[in-house]
Design a binder for this molecule. Sequence first.
Ligand code: AMP
Length: 225
Amino acid sequence: MEFRQVMMRRLILLGAPGAGKGTQAQALEERYHIPQISTGDILRAAVKQGSPLGHQAKSYMDAGELVPDSLIVDLIRARLQEPDTEPGWILDGFPRTPVQAEALDNLLQELGQSLEGVVLVDVPEPVLMERLVGRRTCTVCQKVCHVKFNPPPVNGCGREDCPHQWVQRSDDREDVVPTRLAAYHRNTEPLINYYQAKDKLHRVDGNRPSEDVLATLTNLLGPVV
Ligand code: AMP
């Protein structure tokens, strides 16, 4: 029988806050030229712009709670119909509840697309806590660093045009992180079984250097064509 490598180009990165989904999704976007769709980034941009979506989402985000499913499903419905998603997409931070997962199944059916895989980036809870609380984000270019593991460079963040204003995201504060992790366990963890039952789930050890995690992911996604 002829061997054909499966090319994963429509996928979900699943995992707790701090698992490294954003970092990996950005690296995969660059390598495979398929967009990272981060609902957290879209919501933060909406809050910054002061749009109606931003106003509706802000109080939930500040408290570390999930934004209502209906708002998120509407934004994903619109985003997955933009032309840049035609060659594929990497969902980062969505779906986060069983309702969102079912809405995604229905939406993909409507769009005539299929989900090719779900990658669970697995990281132990104490590591997640340490990563989140020490994380700093540049308000200008959104690059992230870590006070201990990857300290912010003194002379710029790698982008000449960026004045690198490193701040702690309001929901990375020590008093908010436990609420976010609890929301993950309560609402998102059930999706592991949901996708395992559909035979879509791949587990990746995320408690390794990010280059090693990326190497595992690129093995899964297959060669760049
Ligand atoms: P993230 O950057 O993915 O950690 O998301 C930051 C915050 O945005 C979360 O704590 C939620 O308040 C909100 N958020 C992002 N994605 C979702 C989603 N799929 N469902 C509900 N809330 C979300």
